[in-house]
Structure formats: C-alpha cells, structure tokens
Design a protein around this ligand. Structure first.
Ligand code: FAD
Length: 219
C-alpha cells in the first residue's frame, strides 16, 4: 500500500474525537481517524423498528448474563460494541462501571440525546463551593461552541429561562404524550415546573436528516 502522510491522527471517533475530526477536515487538513472496534451497521446492529417480542430476550439480554453486562444498553444485540476485555478496579465497597464502547462513533451510538448546557455557575463552582478549582473557561466563552453544536445536530426544546441550564438554539419541542399531561398536572399541584429536556432528536427535518418518525420509545 502506498505510504500515506496525514496532517493529524485522531484516535477515537466518539463525541470528542468525532468533533475534532470534523473541525480539522473542514479546516482543510488531511486527517486519519483510528478507532478500536468496528463500524456498526444500523440495519443489523440496531434494534429499532423491532418489537420486544421479535427479540429473543426482549432486547434485555440473556438473564444468565445480566449481572456481567453494563445494563440495558449492553444486550445480545449490542454486546459486540462494548469493551469487556480491559480490566479496571474500583475502591473496595464501591460500585462503578466504566462503560467503554468499542465501535466507530463511540458512545454516541448509545447516548440518550440529552443536550443540556452547563450554566454559568458550573464553570465557577469551586469559587461558589469554596474548594477545588474553577474551570479555566467562562460560560460566555463556551456559549458560541454550544450554539454551533446545537445548530449542527438539532436539539428540540423550549425557552425556559433557567440560569442553571441556559437556553440554546432549539428546534420546536416534542408534543406532550398522555403521560406528560398526567405528570404535568401533578407537578402543577406542588409548584414544580414540568419542562421538556434539551433533546437531540429532530422534530423537523434538519441539515439533510429527516424528522423523527416516532417508531420507538426514544422520546
Ligand atoms: C447509555 C449512555 C447514555 C448516555 N446519555 C447521555 C446523554 O443523554 N447526554 C449526554 O450529554 N451524555 C450522555 N452520555 C455520555 C456521552 O455519551 C459520553 O460522555 C460521550 O459520548 C463520550 O464521548 P468521548 O468522545 O469522550 O468518548 P467515547 O464516545 O467513549 O469515544 C471514545 C472512542 O475511542 C475509541 N477508543 C478507545 N480506546 C482506543 C484505542 N486504544 N485505540 C483506538 N480507539 C480507541 C472507542 O472505541 C470510542 O469509539 C451517555 C453515555 C451512555 C453510555
């Protein structure tokens, strides 16, 4: 094979590496992306468009294996995408799972699409709490980058005026389902606002991608 010279090598193609790859390519650099694990095929590897009864273990994996898996997202249909080989330890008496995805796209293949912004207070939490160190960035500095990503991926939500979870640039929100109206009524009784999440799921066609067609339980 002819020798290839790259300007940059990015190792890992998850949310972090993926964005770096996109930014560098758009800046005209020649980028080599390396990722442990294979490229997933949505037709074969994703279980959307299938009903639970179409799946051997209802999409929850073999009961005999459940204690070893990473939980609901690590099942008979996705287990090849998770790394179980590299061991890690946790302090005695604690339970913690280091979920590592071994597939192109990393954990973007599994994430729940919740796309909240950190608030101004999060960047200076150390000063507020009185210990540790603040972020070396302010909310104002990172705001344009949140905007850039929201506009790129498409995030559905509403303007909520909550400083701890600032508003961004949103597609129209998802309509409430019956359950939402019941919960909203309960929240109203105790004075708690019932608000839509910042959800990276398309309520309308966006940047060449069609709108969500509500096939599954995602929303
Ligand atoms: C089930 C689930 C739900 C989540 N829901 C949300 C949510 O709703 N909102 C939210 O903000 N966050 C959510 N997260 C967290 C979010 O998905 C992750 O924080 C984010 O995707 C991590 O991106 P990353 O690029 O840092 O790492 P990863 O996505 O883990 O990417 C790392 C990549 O590097 C590759 N790699 C690792 N080692 C090597 C190596 N030695 N050589 C080559 N390649 C290697 C891996 O295969 C992987 O592709 C969720 C996570 C999970 C697991």
């Amino acid at each position: 094979m002819a020798k290839q010279i790259y300007d940059v090598i990015v190792i890992g193609t998850g949310a972090g590496g993926g964005m770096a790859i996109k930014t560098l390519c758009e800046a005209g650099l020649k980028v080599c992306a390396l990722n442990a694990g294979r490229r997933l095929d949505p037709e074969k590897d994703f279980r959307y468009h299938r009903m639970p009864w179409d799946m051997k273990f209802r999409g929850l994996d073999d009961p005999k294996r459940r204690g070893e898996s990473y939980g609901y997202m690590d099942n008979e249909y996705t287990k090849a995408a998770w790394d179980h080989e590299i061991p890690f330890t946790v302090p005695p008496g604690t339970k913690w799972m280091w979920l590592r995805c071994n597939a192109v796209g990393g954990k973007t293949n599994f994430w729940g699409r919740s796309s909240a912004r950190f608030g101004d207070i999060d960047f200076r939490a150390a000063s507020v709490d009185g210990y540790d160190v603040d972020w070396p960035l302010t909310y104002a500095e990172i705001d344009p980058f949140y905007t850039r990503v929201e506009k790129m991926i498409g995030v559905a939500s509403t303007v909520q005026n909550r400083p701890s979870n600032p508003d961004g640039h949103y597609l129209p929100p998802f309509k409430f389902r019956c359950l939402d109206y019941i919960l909203e009524a309960g929240c109203n009784k105790v004075g708690v606002p019932y608000l839509p999440d910042r959800c990276a799921q398309l309520t309308q066609a966006h940047e060449g991608h069609p709108a969500c067609h509500f096939c599954g339980e995602c929303t």
